[in-house]
Design a protein around this ligand. Sequence first.
Ligand code: TXA
Ligand code: MG
Length: 350
Amino acid sequence: MNTEIIRMTEDELDEKGLKRAGRILRDGGLVAFPTETVYGLGGDALQPDSSRKIYAAKGRPSDNPLIVHISRLDALDKIAKRVPPAAGFLARAFWPGPLTMILEKSDVVPYETTGGLDTVAVRMPSHKIAMMLIDAAGGYVAAPSANTSGRPSPTTAGHVKEDLEGKIEMIVDGGPVGIGLESTIVDLTEKSPLILRPGYITVEMLEVVLGQEVLTDKAILDKDLGQAPKAPGMKYRHYAPKGRLTIVDGSQQAVTAAIRRLAREARMEGAKVGVICTDETAAFYEADVIESAGARTDEGAIAQHLYGILRQFDEEGVTVMYSEAFSEKGIGQAIMNRLLKAAGYRVLHV
Ligand code: TXA
Ligand code: MG
């Protein structure tokens, strides 16, 4: 299949291009597009065949449900059986934006889209291109992250191209995304709201709006795999870099000293070594590839760059990687959640 690539920005939308993209989705085809979190691989959420195509293009197991993206609030009533008050509060506070809610699904949502579940994940993204595309497609776009299953989510159209060129009808290139990590997922089908995946919208932000405690699914956030996690996606082996990644945690001085020593030792043993660090520490290291994710206090920049750095290490054939541990402030929780998974929970405390 020839994958058409069209380019635009949020300020200079190509409305004709978006109409064509919408037509592709209505006709059952697939279009990758930018959102504020990561690029999504879109298909019509209400057509079972479109969801099947999404699974095939990603190489994703078909019991791992997709998020339905909407652009108007009334769409929620069509795809959710019931909209609990909490969903209304959260939608008003955080939509459009990087929050996904799990609700009971209505009959119009095919089981192909929800991976066989009676619940549906819904999100209204804030990216202008995404919103226009969802409108043009008729209002319901199923979109997982636009990566091959097992690779980091794409934060640029180039990443999407690497994984999906030739497998989908179109890629809308809207430049690098703003956030860089996937949306927060909150399950509203239980007695208490439950975070299934941390993201830009933090537990604290949700609790302020809901005025009640928000739980986190420990089976997902910790390594406690004894308990079956609720987001089916979490039971699959997650992105694992080709090389062996270790997170080093401690005071800045202890961490830089430890990574310097470990990198030197690994290189003496013939490894190709990569280091993920911050602007403040980059100059201290000697390694084959040294990548700063941003300034230490700029969690936003670190989130934005993390997946791109991991992809680059894979591409350069790095065999051993060390990453500084990052602050868990704000989106830092999500950063460390993804980084820990990539490291297979290998952490060295110094
Ligand atoms: O930021 C995002 O959410 C991006 C952009 C494109 O919007 N999308 C995204 O989708 O990250 P995906 O498919 O890569 O991750 C969705 C996660 C999976 O772990 C899946 O198992 C979980 O959401 N999920 C989807 N529907 C669910 C449901 N009904 N119950 C529990 N978990 C669900
Ligand atoms: Mg994904």
